[in-house]
Design a binder for this molecule. Structure first.
Ligand code: ATP
Ligand code: MG
Length: 147
C-alpha cells in the first residue's frame, strides 16, 4: 500500500470544493491517512516548487499558493501515487479531461485546484515536508482494495 501527498490549493478552499474533492478520493477507494489545513510560508512554497524557481511564472505560483490556507492530505491505497495523478488530470485544466478533478473544477492553469506527488520518491519527501513524519495514521477499514 502506498501513501501520497495531496494539497487542495487555495482556489479549492476559496470556492468551497474541499468536500467534493475529498469525496472523489474516498469514492475511488483511497483512505485518508492525514488531513490538515495549513497556511503555507514563502519558505515552504519555495522548497516545494524549487524546480520552477527560474520560470517567469514562479512569483505568481508563490502568490497563489500563499493566498489562503491549503488543505494537506495523506491518501493511502494500492498504487495510490499513480491513481491520484490519474484522478487529478493534466496540469493545465484547459487540457485536463472531463471526469478528472482539474477537468471538472478548474478553468485555467492559474487555478489548478490540486497538487499530487508524482513518484514514490517525491511522495516520501513531500509527506515529510507537510506532515513532518507525524499525524499520518495507520488504521484498518477492513477492505483497502487488495485481497
Ligand atoms: P503539481 O505539482 O501542482 O501537482 P503538476 O505535477 O501537474 O502539478 P508541475 O509541472 O509539477 O505540474 O507544476 C507545478 C505547478 O506549477 C502546477 O500545478 C501549476 O500550479 C504551476 N505551473 C506549472 N506550469 C505552469 C505554467 N506554464 N504557468 C503557470 N503555472 C504553472
Ligand atoms: Mg508536480
Amino acid at each position: 500500500m502506498e501513501t501520497t501527498l495531496i494539497l487542495l490549493k487555495p482556489d479549492t478552499v476559496e470556492r468551497g470544493f474541499i468536500g467534493q474533492v475529498i469525496t472523489r478520493l474516498e469514492q475511488k477507494g483511497l483512505k485518508i491517512s492525514g488531513l490538515k489545513m495549513m497556511q503555507l510560508s514563502d519558505e515552504l512554497v519555495t522548497e516545494h516548487y524549487d524546480f520552477l524557481a527560474d520560470k517567469p511564472f514562479f512569483p505568481n505560483i508563490k502568490a497563489y499558493m500563499m493566498r489562503t490556507p491549503v488543505v494537506a492530505i495523506a491518501a493511502s491505497g494500492a498504487n495510490a501515487i499513480a491513481t491520484v495523478r490519474m484522478l487529478t488530470g493534466a496540469t493545465n485544466p484547459q487540457e485536463a479531461l472531463p471526469g478528472s478533478i482539474r477537468g471538472d473544477f478548474g478553468l485555467t492553469i492559474d487555478g489548478n485546484i490540486i497538487h499530487a506527488s508524482d513518484s514514490a520518491e517525491t511522495a516520501e519527501i513531500e509527506l515529510k515536508r507537510f506532515f513532518g513524519g507525524s499525524d499520518v495514521f495507520e488504521y484498518s477499514r477492513g477492505f483497502d482494495g487488495v485481497l
